[in-house]
Design a protein around this ligand. Structure first.
Ligand code: PGA
Length: 259
């Protein structure tokens, strides 16, 4: 299995700078023994990024933001550019999280604009896709995911796609304690990889890291990541404490090395 394992914590609107620093300090020691090929990312709110970049410096912990605007600068009150993130020591950025789509009007077209800006600045995007409960129950999961991939990844070259991490997060599993079964998640991940193959060719599709997200915890991470097409996780609630996040990372690493 040549794909990397990438486990990212999405802190959402949680943690002040002091709290974020404390979490990272503890996490650094907790994950020191985890296999070095496991990529560990934390994504704090904008105001906490600086403290976390500083706390993570020289460690294996990478830092990501939770959103990025597509314009390089200008009259966009409340927004942050890719260059601002890059020059702040940020490496990753989450794009198109379902909460952004649900509450802040994010569409596949704006995901695509943000994604291109992130790539142009040399950031590593984590692009989120996923269906709602209504869409799943209506048998529309694959159509929704295909549209999110075609629209969100529009105009990307195969070379650009190699820089992108995808996160499949069924909306009904986020923060609900309701996880997709490993088999159900794997079936959807396999569909996503098949769609990537159609859009970018087999070689690129085989190399793209596709994370699972939605109530991933220490207790289910190993089994989920043991699935052939699941290459890590995007973690909300369980990433807010160093103990549970470190334990989840250890479990995911066990699932990954068994493949
Ligand atoms: P959760 O959130 O782990 O709390 O379900 C995942 C996410 O929204 O990225």
């Amino acid at each position: 299995m040549s794909r990397r394992l990438v486990v990212a914590g999405n802190w959402k609107m949680n943690k002040t700078a002091a709290e974020g620093k404390a979490l990272v300090e503890e996490l650094k020691t907790r994950v020191a023994a985890v296999a070095p090929e496991v990529e560990i990312v934390v994504c704090p709110p904008f105001t906490t990024l600086g403290a976390v970049v500083e706390a993570a410096a020289g460690s294996r912990i990478r830092v990501g933001a939770q959103n990025v605007h597509w314009a390089p600068n200008g009259a966009f009150t409340g927004e942050i550019s890719a260059e601002m993130l890059k020059t702040s020591g940020v490496e990753y950025v989450i794009i198109g999280h379902s909460e952004r789509r649900q509450y802040f009007g994010e569409t596949n077209a704006t995901v695509n604009q943000r994604l291109k800006a992130a790539l142009a600045a040399g950031l590593k995007p984590i692009v989120c896709i996923g269906e709602s409960l209504e869409e799943r129950e209506g048998g529309r999961t694959e159509a929704v995911l295909a549209a999110q991939l075609e629209g969100g990844l529009a105009d990307l070259t195969p070379e650009m796609m190699q820089q992108v991490v995808l996160a499949y997060e069924p909306v009904w599993a986020i923060g609900t304690g309701r996880t997709a079964t490993p088999e159900m998640a794997e079936a959807t991940h396999a569909f996503i990889r098949g769609t990537l193959e159609r859009l970018f060719g087999a070689a690129v599709a085989a190399g793209v890291v596709v994370q699972y997200g939605g109530s991933m915890k220490p207790g289910n991470a190993r089994e989920l990541v043991a699935q052939a097409d699941i290459d890590g996780g995007l973690i909300g609630g369980a990433a807010l404490k160093a103990d549970s996040f470190a334990e989840l990372i250890e479990q995911a690493a066990l699932g990954h090395c068994g493949k």
